[in-house]
Design a protein around this ligand. Structure first.
Ligand code: TYD
Length: 215
């Protein structure tokens, strides 16, 4: 179902492979916006709603996860996103909030389409069906070399790598390249930031890009 168009808020999505530093930068941007002050809503994908968090568990932590086919994975991510858009993102945009999303539809394009090699036409159709017409105003890709990303995943001391994190270097190389190709094709929506710079520099560059593009 298409969603109401008259939104006054802005949607900023953050993309990049694991260990790119998205969550740190989302927190920093949220703090900057709240100082203005702006109504800021932060969400993460998959998840962000009760139904979405249950779907997240099936995708990421299911002990039988290795049996999951790529088509199922795509549909589950899309299902979680459809719920998140209608329950949280669209209402927040309608009331004028700035929504910061840790991953959005481009994750499916890159992880399921490019890295898992599903055909792009159905991936795009399913993506657009899930989000209705709620597209990001800006998409920030934090780009890090694959080796850096894999090292950061392994350094996350807390727990064992989840199902997605067990993928190999080829998979993550495809993810990285997938984002760069996507960003090159849609320069009006995407901003690519070099994620090997210091947190402060990345934060300043994201802030400059947000101000320039959405004021
Ligand atoms: P998460 O622990 O949130 O990873 P990160 O902190 O890197 O965002 O797990 C989400 C995983 O799901 C991550 O490996 C990326 C993957 N993913 C997809 O493959 N497709 C999607 O559409 C989305 C939203 C995530």
């Amino acid at each position: 179902m298409p969603l109401k168009q008259s939104r006054s808020g802005k949607l900023i999505s953050f993309e990049g492979s694991e260990g790119s530093g998205k969550s740190t930068q989302i927190a920093r941007l949220a703090a900057r916006l709240q100082k203005i002050p702006r109504d800021v809503v932060t969400v993460r994908e998959p998840g962000g709603t009760e139904i979405g968090e249950q779907i997240r568990n099936i995708i990421v932590h299911n002990s039988r996860g290795e049996e999951m086919c790529a088509e199922t994975e795509l549909l589950l991510f899309a299902a979680a996103r459809a719920q998140l858009v209608r329950e949280v993102i669209a209402p927040a945009l309608l009331r004028g909030a700035t929504v910061l999303s840790d991953r959005y539809l481009d994750s499916s394009t890159v992880y399921q389409g490019v890295a898992r090699n599903l055909s792009m036409d159905p991936v795009n159709q399913i993506n657009h069906f899930a989000v209705g017409n709620v597209m990001p105003d800006i998409t920030v890709v934090i780009d890090v070399p694959t080796e850096v990303s894999l090292t950061r995943i392994r350094q996350r001391a807390s727990d064992l790598p989840d199902r997605m994190e067990r993928e190999n270097i080829d998979f993550y190389t495809k993810v990285r390249e997938g984002y760069l190709v996507l960003a090159k094709g849609l320069p009006e929506r995407f901003v690519v930031i070099d994620g090997t710079q210091t947190e402060d520099v990345i934060d300043k560059k994201i802030w400059a890009a947000v101000k320039e593009r959405i004021g």
